[in-house]
Design a protein. Structure first.
Length: 135
């Protein structure tokens, strides 16, 4: 299995970092530092386990027909700060696959300004932003 996270030696400790770089800071998120490489690998397995748990629940709901594909995407990647749940559902119902991919990438990279701009482009005047009066 390929490591999903990055393990680096930092001084006397081994540290686990996310594989994605935060575009605002240009750094990877520190997921913990440990005294031995074995402990870091154990932490990496825990991180992967919890990622897999969330994905498994979403896949089960898809298979059972309890969720649409677009609802599953919303559960996994959104909504983002400054974007209401109602806006998120409207967006995924109207956006092209390319726009969905761009917005999803922006949200994953935590570039919420870019995600909001894509939502506003698709939804126009219907974009409500941070509204919490979701339908």
């Amino acid at each position: 299995m390929l490591a999903q996270e990055i393990i680096r030696k930092k001084g006397d400790e081994w540290c686990l970092y996310s594989r994605k770089v935060n575009p605002k800071t240009g750094k990877r998120r520190n997921l913990g530092c440990y005294s031995s490489k074995e402990k870091v690998k154990e932490r990496e397995r825990q991180v992967q386990f919890f990622k897999r748990q969330s994905l498994d629940r979403t896949i089960d709901a898809l298979v059972e027909g309890a969720l649409s594909v677009k609802e599953a995407v919303v559960m996994e990647f959104g909504p983002a700060p400054g974007i209401s749940v109602a806006d998120t559902f409207r967006f995924y119902n109207r956006a092209t696959n390319q726009e969905i991919a761009e917005a999803t990438r922006a949200i994953q990279d935590r570039d919420f300004e870019k995600a909001r701009a894509i939502f506003k482009k698709v939804l126009g005047d219907e974009f409500r932003g941070e509204s919490h009066e979701d339908e």
